[in-house]
Design a protein around this ligand. Structure first.
Ligand SMILES: Nc1nc2c(ncn2[C@@H]2O[C@H](COP(=O)(O)OP(=O)(O)OP(=O)(O)O)[C@@H](O)[C@H]2O)c(=O)[nH]1
Ligand SMILES: [Mg+2]
Length: 340
């Protein structure tokens, strides 16, 4: 039976094949890039298979892109800052892909509507591609799949890739395995947070930008700058050839944005000397390989029918002190590798 479609209606939906998607991405077709990213983010096995075929083909395309992570607490001004820095990057004749935190999936201090309007300005530029990242099950907007999305954006020819992420636990470590340069955004007067969780993120930052230093914030901003500079001096050295700086900025007035871009450019000049960038990317790939492997093993393990069948019994045995947690874990591993 044939389907008769009324005039002007949509044609039946056909998934483009791998060749079409790959050549589309490489020729800069945003629609194909978006479709490939959707496949990457899908949990369906058939989508994953296709996504990896596309990805493996895109890996072959070597690019000289630069990868920047923009991290900071919710409401620190990341999206607004990206918009402002993004415009400067475009004015230098470069193209830009932004993997943004999906405004609908976060707990935010920033207004969702306002956020959309800001990113829309950059999104309307043909030199920029903005994609909200789906990070289901991950905090902070970054997942191991973010790396795959970066690779696709690079195959599509973008010169600069920016990843927006909230600096919380897991995501800061992950983002450090995916980008070359991490810019930490801090609000003026947030120096006291240095005692707490922010230390981890400070260690991986390659520069700190203090945001929103406009209006009546300039006095407090100068104090914060000194505090952060002192804190950075106490941190272990990340790259021996790089001195981390603290820059006062305002996305509203444009203050410090050019200085940040200069700092990033200087970083890449320093890192490109003697293959440091290449060596680091190799280390990052190795680290990602094992992160992904661990995840796959965990997933395989807990979905294994024999593990599922023995879990409850083993748990009970551990709770009733019949066996130790160590022996319990060993029993489950045996069920996994030697199914009865
Ligand atoms: N005065 C001033 N306000 C700013 C500046 N940059 C951002 N804001 C405001 O700060 C709020 C949060 O900004 P966002 O850019 O959404 O912050 P964010 O870090 O992306 O927020 P999340 O994505 O929710 O983590 C918004 O209301 C902005 O208008 C700035 O340079 N100066
Ligand atoms: Mg944001």
């Amino acid at each position: 039976m044939s389907i008769i479609l009324p005039q002007g209606s949509l044609k039946p939906y056909h998934d483009p094949d791998v060749d079409t998607v790959v050549s589309g991405i490489i020729s800069g077709d945003r629609h194909m890039l978006s479709r490939a990213i959707t496949l990457i983010e899908s949990q369906k096995p058939e989508h994953e298979r296709k996504a990896h075929e596309i990805l493996d083909r895109c890996l072959a395309k070597k690019t000289a892109s630069i990868r920047i992570g923009i991290t900071g607490a919710p409401g620190a001004g990341k999206s607004t800052f990206i918009e402002s820095l993004g415009e400067l990057i475009i004015s230098k004749g470069l193209t830009l892909a932004v993997l943004a935190i999906d405004p609908s999936s976060r707990q935010s201090k920033g207004s969702i509507l306002g956020d959309k309007a800001r990113m829309e300005k950059l999104a309307s530029r043909k030199e920029a591609y903005i994609r909200p990242t789906a990070s289901s099950g991950y905090l902070g907007g970054t997942s191991p799949k973010t790396h795959e999305v970066i690779v696709l954006c690079e195959a599509a020819g973008y010169d600069v890739i920016m990843v927006e992420t909230v600096g919380v636990g897991q995501s800061e470590v992950l983002v450090d395995t995916m980008v070359d340069f991490i810019l930490l955004l801090m609000l003026p007067g947030s120096g006291d947070e240095l005692q707490g969780i922010k230390r981890g993120i400070m260690e991986i930052a390659d520069a700190v930008a203090i945001t929103k230093t406009d209006g009546d914030q300039s006095g407090i901003a100068a104090i914060s700058k000194a505090e952060f500079e002192a804190a950075l001096r106490m941190m272990p050295v990340k790259h021996p050839q790089w001195q981390r700086e603290v820059i006062l900025t305002s996305a509203l007035t444009g203050k410090g944005i050019a200085e940040v871009w200069q700092n990033i450019s200087d970083f890449f000049t320093a890192m490109r000397k003697g293959d440091t960038l290449e060596t680091r990317r190799h280390e990052q790939l190795k680290s990602l390989l094992y992160t992904v492997l661990e995840e796959m093993l965990k997933k395989e393990f807990f979905s294994h029918p024999d593990v599922k069948a023995s879990r409850e019994i083993v748990e009970q045995q551990v709770l009733s002190a019949e066996i130790s947690p160590f022996s319990g874990a060993k029993k489950l591993i045996e069920a996994f590798i030697r199914p009865l």
